[in-house]
Design a protein around this ligand. Sequence first.
Ligand code: PMP
Length: 362
Amino acid sequence: MISFAGGLPAPELFDITGIRAAYDRVLAEIPRQALQYSTTEGDPELRTAVADRLTDRGLPTDADDLLITTGSQQALTLLTTALVEPGGVVLVEDPCYLAALQTFAFAGARVVPVPTDDQGLIPAALEEIAAREKATLLYIIPTFQNPTGRTLPAERRAAVAEAAARHGFWIVEDDPYGELRYDGERVPSIAADPTAADRTVLLGSFSKVMAPGLRLGFLRAPAGLRRACVIAKQAADLHTSSIDQAAAARYLRDSDLDAHVAGMRAAYQERRDAMLEGLPAALPEGSRWNRPEGGMFIWVNLPDGHDATALLRTAIGHEVAYVPGAPFFSGEPDPGSVRLSFTTHSAEEIGEGLRRLAKTFA
Ligand code: PMP
């Protein structure tokens, strides 16, 4: 089976040597501290290292602005606990990351989809919806979105910040993929826009740059909301694993994460390009797809009459898999949409997978 379905980082690219060395040093040098309970806010050295990385990337951040979370998924849960009451309105891009939709649904939120186009969320549509709904928050993945791979241009980011300031909703900016850029220029974070700085929360993750099994993420939020999230986290798990945080901090001190990420970017770029090269021959006439500048996903729209969910069975018969796009929609689903992940197979395997996909549509 060649699977373009999972949203997983490539395991052969994990820096196992560096991560193992970091755990070894922590257990040799600070074993009692690393195995003891610690503070809810998170390991001070790790928070300082994350704050420095964000500051270097144009988002001035202090260690105290951050809460370390058990993956950025937990940050979503904590924010939802802190902000969303049953019936409360949560605005989302349509389509949107599935596990975020689940988190909002568990809290009894009323999820309202905001239409998107090839450049992501449409500001005029957001404005129209925000004028009619009393929204609590907008959840948005502006860079290399899951599931579409799209990146929201700077003007649209500014429009989102203005809408949040005008209508008084929170922006939850989820950015697990931002460091995986293969070409083009970095677009500044919405959190760096002063217009809505007091109502923007940034979520980050070590999953895509280090390893998802560490379950390490972080949340950068204004003081009042951050305190509410700290209280919610105390109730959820007291704190994120002390030893994992200490090892990550040690890794950031002793290893060169940027060099490691540069290696990942080179590998993923080659895989993205292999997929883009093979798609024209693999997809039926009239299909459309995008060319993401980074991240892990390409978004395909099969022509009218093609149902990606129904076709998946045929694809699996040819030993290739993908994720149908329909479940990512909270509005009207596009039955011909498909999410393809290009990260976990070599360029050769991607070529072979696409030849199998072509048989699915033959
Ligand atoms: N947000 C988005 C958009 C994701 O795609 C993912 C994971 N695939 C997460 C959050 C959760 O990541 P983490 O491993 O940091 O919990």
